[in-house]
Design a protein around this ligand. Structure first.
Ligand code: GUN
Ligand code: ZN
Length: 427
């Protein structure tokens, strides 16, 4: 049993529905075998548990573990190519890099770099867009299990508009997918997600094969891309003339449900938003990626008004890194600049999007905020003394202001410790 004495910020109540930042300057979280059993003042906790180890974290700010709902495993080494729209970026930057993961030694190295990137940034749960190679997925799942992270991921599939080395077909994708599900889904904190790359590189038969895996393996997840770029949307309409719209390409295949996370949705039709809301599907909002690829402004207001669940993703490597704090502040910038009228986001909205919203999106009810009954997934933000973020936190007008400064200035260098299920995991 451990008593964490800390300054704690979290968002148990959704700020998009009237909730506010919950902040406490000196509170005790009693953690027993990874479970938060009490949240009280320090003296009460000490008296109740005189034998417990005490960890004093009051020189930093403790926030819930961050949740990344869209991040690509094979793109760690592809971060930072600027100046290309989506389809050129895929052809020239991302896909040639992804082809290298056919080599198991390369895949092993990348898996390590990827998991280090997540944990160093304070990410404790993620929906991970995997590799096109089943061998690379075995390597990744094995490394992810050891890391302790809460990871949902799967084999990426496509049967067109990809380099030859990345192509698959109905039979092979079904066999490889089922074998990976059998080996990894439900093992420790791992779960499987059927992952067609996008409907620009998957025909109706391949998408339907994914739908059959979902039907035959209740509880597995689905992730893909949706309405990211206008040229992509036009291409998808040509490849899928039978579909009502982009979302319908997935829906017809049985891939749209409550356990479906679709990245971007920058250019949705109203019908698609209505259908996502009805199905309970999630939009993974990836603001640095949308900026880097000039994909457009994410219509957050339309998603909220339609009742579509939204959480944050880094979209490494079109996104510019693993730092979800940066995604938060970039979302704030873009909402301010959106000519069609964005949402005025506060630091509470940003923390919610990066933590509780992601946990709800991935149905990880056991995490998302630091309340009694949750598992202790937490991040200690503690900038070096005298650094601008440290000075900013010390001189903040109030806790919401301090939280805003963490989003504005926070980097992995400011993350001093990361716990997953009560175990320190910072590299
Ligand atoms: N659409 C299909 N593949 C990708 C990808 O790797 N990154 C992004 N941003 N969009 C995609
Ligand atoms: Zn992506």
């Amino acid at each position: 049993m451990v008593i964490y004495r800390a300054r704690v910020f979290d968002t148990p109540d959704n700020p998009f529905a009237g909730g506010r930042l919950r902040s406490a300057s000196d509170i005790a979280l009693v953690v027993d075998d990874g479970l938060i059993t009490s949240r009280t003042d320090f003296d009460t906790a000490r008296t109740a548990h005189p034998e417990a180890q005490v960890v004093d974290l009051r020189d930093g700010v403790l926030i819930p573990g961050l949740v990344d709902t869209h991040v690509h495993l094979p793109q760690v080494r592809a971060i930072g190519h600027l100046g290309k729209p989506l389809l050129d970026w895929l052809d020239q930057c991302a896909l040639p890099e992804e082809a290298k993961l056919g080599d198991p030694a390369y895949a092993e190295a990348v898996a390590g770099e990827f998991l280090t990137g997540l944990i160093s940034a304070g990410t404790t749960s993620a929906m991970v867009f995997g590799s096109h190679f089943a061998s690379a997925m075995d390597i990744f799942f094995s490394a992810a299990e050891k890391s302790g992270l809460r990871i949902t991921s799967g084999l990426v599939t496509g049967d067109r508009n990809l380099p030859d080395a990345l192509l698959t077909d109905v039979e092979r994708s079904t066999e490889e997918g089922q074998a990976l599900i059998d080996r990894w889904h439900g093992k420790g904190r791992l779960r499987y997600a059927v992952t067609p790359r996008f409907s620009f590189s998957a025909g109706p038969e391949l998408l339907a094969a994914g739908g059959r895996l979902v039907e035959e393996n209740p509880g597995i997840w689905v992730t893909s891309h949706l309405n990211e770029n206008v040229d992509e949307v036009a291409g998808v309409a040509e490849i899928h003339p039978e579909a009502l719209d982009y979302l319908d390409t997935y829906d017809r295949a049985g891939l749209v449900g409550r356990r479906t996370v679709l990245a971007h949705n920058v250019h949705p039709q109203d019908r698609e938003l209505e259908r996502m809301a009805e199905a309970g599907s999630v939009a993974a909002h990836c603001p640095t990626s949308n900026s880097a690829l000039a994909s457009g402004f994410f219509p957050l207001r339309r998603h909220i008004e339609a009742g579509v669940r939204v959480a944050l993703g880094t979209d490494v490597g079109a996104g510019t890194g693993f730092n979800l704090l940066k995604e938060g502040v970039q979302s704030y910038f873009m909402q301010q600049l959106d000519p069609s009228g964005g949402v005025a986001l506060t630091s509470a909205h940003l923390l919610y999007l990066a933590t509780a919203a992601g946990a709800e999106a991935l149905e990880l009810d056991e995490v998302g905020h630091l309340s009694v009954g949750k598992r202790f997934d937490a991040v200690l933000v503690r900038p070096a003394a005298g650094q601008p973020l440290d000075v900013g936190i010390c001189n903040a007008a109030d806790d919401a202001d301090a939280m805003a400064k963490i989003f504005a200035m926070g980097t992995p260098a400011d993350i001093a410790e990361v716990w997953i299920d009560g175990i320190p995991r910072h590299p």
